[in-house]
Design a protein around this ligand. Structure first.
Ligand SMILES: [Zn+2]
Ligand SMILES: [Zn+2]
Length: 258
């Protein structure tokens, strides 16, 4: 399995894109920073998009990707998510008021974007991969995704989530865990209510993972709060030492093959 981190940050700046992962060149997880990260031939290979939740920093490049698919190669994108997530996309992002309605363009019978609901804990085969959506604890309905390739390699992406996702661990067995850390430990109390993580909260989740599964996967941290990157890097490194685990910060255009 090859995982390409297109966007690893909370905010977009020169050199920092919003959350997006590309799996084996064809399956996109979240669409925060896609079209500025990939050439047209690379974009053309994308067959499906898995949305973890509707927040703009995870969905906005659906518009630019759909425009490229519609205008450059007349392609079709299947976009998967919770029914609530898809309703938000339909009503506010691809509603046809700000731009073309890619849910109906170029024709209602063959639109550029097709929305497909996922049901938590119900496996689906998407783009030749086994996909499992697992609910997480964010400020809006959200799921993490386990994606397993045909050779049995799996990753789990937590999406944006607060602490307390130990329930997830019962359902997944990844070799690679992609998790979020948005801010330093000093904001831990606030993050619990905001639906996000710091390194200390991630450590507690990883301890529970190891207790339940008997191992820890490699962990890559994304959704990094740009302003706090150095502090987050130090705190994540400390957790890696304390747990004797492979935990590091992701970055734009990082490729992981396993
Ligand atoms: Zn969010
Ligand atoms: Zn986010």
């Amino acid at each position: 399995m090859e995982v390409q981190i297109l966007g690893a940050h909370q905010l977009e700046l020169k050199g920092a894109r919003l959350t997006s992962l590309l799996i084996d060149g064809i399956l996109l997880i979240d669409a925060g920073g896609v079209t500025s990260a990939l050439s047209l031939p690379e974009q053309k290979k994308i067959k499906a998009v898995l949305l973890s939740h509707h927040h703009f920093d995870h969905t906005r490049d659906l518009v630019t990707l759909a425009a490229n698919a519609a205008y450059y190669w007349q392609g079709q994108l299947a976009v998967y998510g919770l029914p609530y997530t898809l309703d938000m996309v339909r009503n506010y992002l691809l509603d046809g008021k700000m731009y073309a309605n890619f849910l109906e363009y170029p024709g209602k019978d063959k639109p550029t974007v097709v929305l497909e609901a996922v049901e938590p804990h119900n496996r689906k085969t998407i783009g030749g991969h086994d996909v499992l959506a697992v609910p997480v604890k964010h400020s809006v309905p959200a799921v993490g995704y386990q994606v397993t390739s045909s050779d049995g390699k799996s990753l789990f992406y937590t999406s944006d989530t607060a602490a307390g996702i130990a329930d997830c661990w019962q359902h997944v067995s990844p070799q690679l865990l992609i998790a979020e850390v948005i801010a330093p430990n000093k904001y831990g109390d606030w993050l619990k209510t905001a639906g996000h993580m710091c390194a200390r909260l991630l450590k507690e989740e990883l301890i529970q993972f190891r207790q339940l599964k008997g191992y820890l996967p490699r962990v890559i941290v994304i959704h990094i709060g740009n302003l706090f990157e150095q502090e987050i890097r130090q705190e994540v490194a400390q957790v890696a030492r304390e747990l004797d685990a492979d935990i590091s910060l992701g970055y734009e255009d990082m490729k992981v093959t396993f």
